[in-house]
Design a binder for this molecule. Structure first.
Ligand code: SAM
Length: 116
């Protein structure tokens, strides 16, 4: 079957646990873990690299900031999957998460307006 996964994580404890899990499950050879801030790492990745990106960070302010670079590193026809982008529509945010609504709305508008 083949295939490779690259994952980006800046919390070293999470990285350590993830690597343990990957080894335990026998998939460490197929998963490259990049340790650091996605905002710094993604711009350094060459274009047209991935078939699919799964974006899942709690800080949704990153979504609109990383959008163009995510599209750039996707192959033509690739898929960008972003977690939790319908919470504002469903009115599912807690009060403490209200500041994230603006970023998600901005991201959703960027997706809707983008022909890619
Ligand atoms: C919701 S968790 C998802 C983790 C993983 N995708 C999973 O399914 O187990 C979000 C993760 O993003 C990491 N994170 C948040 N901001 C980041 C950033 N700017 N760069 C890299 N990782 C980040 C957090 O440390 C956290 O582990």
């Amino acid at each position: 079957m083949g295939g490779k996964i690259t994952t980006i994580e800046y919390d070293e404890n999470v990285v350590e646990q993830a690597i343990k899990n990957f080894k335990r499950e026998g998939v460490a050879e197929t998963i490259e873990v990049k340790t650091g801030d996605a905002q710094e790492i993604i711009p350094q990745i060459e274009s047209d690299r991935f078939d699919l990106i799964f974006q899942d960070v709690g800080d949704k302010r990153l979504y609109p900031l990383l959008f163009d670079d995510c599209i750039r590193v996707l192959k033509p026809g690739g898929l960008l999957v972003a977690e939790d982008t319908l919470f504002p529509v469903m009115n599912r945010f807690k009060k403490s998460h209200e500041e994230l609504v603006e970023s998600i709305n901005k991201f959703n508008q960027m997706v809707a307006d983008d022909p890619r």
